[in-house]
Design a protein around this ligand. Sequence first.
Ligand code: ATP
Ligand code: MG
Length: 530
Amino acid sequence: MLDGFRRRWRAATLRHRLTTFYTGLLVVLLLLTALTVQTMMRHDLERALEGDLADTQTQFTELVPSLHLSLGEAGSDGLAEARSKFPSSVIQVDPLVPRSQTTDLRAEWAAAQDDKGRQALLDFLHKQSEALRLRPVGIDPAAPLELSDHELARLLESPSGQILINRSVKPQFSDPEPMRILVALTPLKFQKGAGGGSEEMLAVTFIGRSLNSLNRTVTRLQLIMGGLLLVGSFLAGIGAYVLAGWALRPLNTVRHAVEGIDSQNLQARVPVPHSDDEVEALAVAFNRMLERLEDSFETQRRFSSDASHELRTPVTAIGGHATYLLRRTELDPQQRESVQIIQRESARMTDLIGSLLQLARSDGGVLTLKSQLLFSQMLLHEVARELRPLAESEGAVLVPAGQDIPFEADPDRLRQVLNNLISNALKAGATRIELGSTQPEPGRVRLSVSDNGPGIAADQLEKLFDRFYRLEDSRSRDRGGAGLGLSIARTIVDAHGGRIWLESEPGQGTQAYVDLPVGNLPALDDDDIP
Ligand SMILES: Nc1ncnc2c1ncn2[C@@H]1O[C@H](COP(=O)(O)OP(=O)(O)OP(=O)(O)O)[C@@H](O)[C@H]1O
Ligand SMILES: [Mg+2]
């Protein structure tokens, strides 16, 4: 579970993490505060209640002589008068032993030697209190308060002669309530039967108060705290989310700007927020990096452009002289073969240099298009006518088909794209190549070159558009392309605002697609359409 949380935490955005962290922190702090307040409040209320109990106990003991409590009549109602004096308390009195008969009970308890002696004393006291108990006030006489052995022992041992206990007490005619009860061992004066006279007895008095109202107060406090916690964390969560978003907005702006920069627009710069903070520093650092990148990119581009340019002249000269030697001089067969190789390779080199130069130019953003109105069928037929001799010499057929769609594009560049696609198919060994044009949606034209060649594995389809990338099969190596055709085609199609891609499955042939916007077409008359 911890792992899952860690993974989710790492996957979350900075904004979500900040929000979660601060809201969580606030919830913990609020919870701690609520718990402390509640504990303190309960503690104070309980101390106050215990103070009240102690007061009542004192007042009650002082009142006893005037109550004329009489012994020997168990269940006598002598305490009833106390009820009006202490309306909110429950009172029970269990006389134990006459004061005169015994030394102090507590001393006797302390003197008891062993567990047996102590148990005997406890049992005796239990019996006594049961026998002599007066009718309690506020307590169902059928369910009087009784001390357990342990509590009785605590009472006997307590230095003050008092202990506090919690009990659920059943008043007469209603349900039990939780109560806090002060139990005290006190000498009290009792009336002695009908004969008059009085006797001092050691008795256990129970003075109790209901905890209901205290519990209600604490519960109400808990509810209020809980509500505040919910509302507080909700508001804090929203606040933190908004604040985090606000604080991170400049970062997002920088990110969007950076995302929009590629090799085509390295001269673009990230907007620098004048916030005098980390984000500003980041944007400035990015811009410096872009400057350096632009410089080195430009140096590289100029290098390949200059190198291609410088190579062109000597290579053309080599080709020219080879041609001259072949045409104008007597060569023996071996010499002729060598010179033919020189001528072929220099032609290939000229192509390669042309391609490199074109790529260097398009990297520099100087691929200018000479757009004009074209008709897709006418273009495909022209290309097919041009390449048919080559295709036939390779034993392949070229079939133009599809709709005729007018659109605006640079015819030479587009022919270059189609030528490369067709020559790729021929190089791959296709025997049937179909050229098509369709309208995939209004405002666009789609040209396609489909072959029945060996096909391409799916993971290679995009890589083929990288410069110098070629499939490592023997056929394409033998056929000697440089691996630049498709990347040049992509720069041309991109410059038209279009898209070029390959679809293929090994063994099923390959389809190359070029999607272009039709551009701003002039209104056409029937006469314009060939
Ligand atoms: N229709 C196709 N069927 C099979 N493989 C293809 C097809 N089209 C392209 N390829 C593979 O993609 C590679 C790259 O093609 P690309 O046109 O970029 O370069 P090239 O044809 O090798 O050389 P260049 O076009 O520069 O003379 C080719 O070498 C070939 O391996
Ligand atoms: Mg090619």
